[in-house]
Write a protein that binds this ligand. Structure first.
Ligand SMILES: N[C@@H](CCC(=O)N[C@@H](CS)C(=O)NCC(=O)O)C(=O)O
Length: 227
């Protein structure tokens, strides 16, 4: 999602392929033998195999406008880099074990011990990332400050996954600013466009004409809804 959103922000047209992970297409493995998604193959044959590399390329390559580049530069502060590292590291670790407990235990995932471990991962996820996000977002509308940046759209899809495991419980958390930030992003045209459903095993030119509605993002809001 972060790779798609970066390409959309940068107004870069691309062919998108929906990959069924249990049946990876030969073309994916030929381009990138490690077989994870996303992978971006550039017109000159260069292959980008990590989502954040795709974000960087989309937002900071030579022909990118200053406005688009600012989405990248605001993500380069020590605070934002640390948040991204935490998201992709510790938070993802706990999220996976909270969301898919059966993948990480040989015993019955409904046993009392497994349930305790799962709750532990859930609470650790809140402690390592969500509380930090809450502090930051209490001070500013976006992780980018008054304007959003790549850190915002690099992280919110993971918070969305966390919230979706048990939405009623998530709602009870005193993370008012995180909930506001997440809700705004989920209603944004950028996310809506990013979520466009692709046909399976068939490449499709991804819909791009969202750019106009992204120009003029302002602080003070109604944040992303009016974009
Ligand atoms: N660090 C990588 C993580 C990529 C990753 O784990 N992708 C998952 C899907 S979100 C995947 O392809 N899993 C399939 C597999 O590992 O076989 C990135 O951000 O690009």
């Amino acid at each position: 999602m972060r790779a798609r959103m970066a390409l959309l922000v940068a107004d870069i047209a691309f062919d998108a392929h929906d990959v069924i992970l249990r049946d990876k297409p030969a073309a994916l493995l030929a381009a990138s033998p490690k077989g994870t998604v996303p992978v971006l193959v550039l017109p000159d044959g260069q292959v980008l195999e990590q989502s954040w590399d795709i974000v960087q390329w989309a937002l900071s390559h030579d022909q990118t406008s200053a406005e688009v580049q600012s989405w990248w530069s605001r993500a380069q502060t020590p605070d934002n880099l640390a948040l991204l590292r935490c998201n992709d590291g510790d938070f993802k670790h706990h999220l996976d074990r909270y969301k898919y407990p059966e993948r990480f235990t040989a015993e019955d995932s409904a046993s009392a011990a497994a349930t305790d471990r799962r709750v532990g991962h859930r609470d650790q996820a809140v402690a390592v990332l969500l509380e930090r996000l809450e502090h930051r977002l209490a001070e500013q509308p976006f992780l980018g400050g008054a304007q959003p940046c790549a850190t915002d759209f690099g992280i919110f899809p993971f918070v969305r996954q966390f919230a979706a495991v048990n939405p009623a419980w998530f709602e009870t958390l005193p993370l008012w600013h995180v909930k506001r930030w997440l809700a705004d992003w989920l209603q944004s045209p950028l996310f809506e466009t990013c979520m466009h459903k692709l046909p399976s095993n068939f490449p499709e030119l991804f819909p791009v004409p969202i750019k106009k509605s992204l120009v003029g993002w302002v602080a003070g809001n109604p944040t992303l809804n009016s974009l």
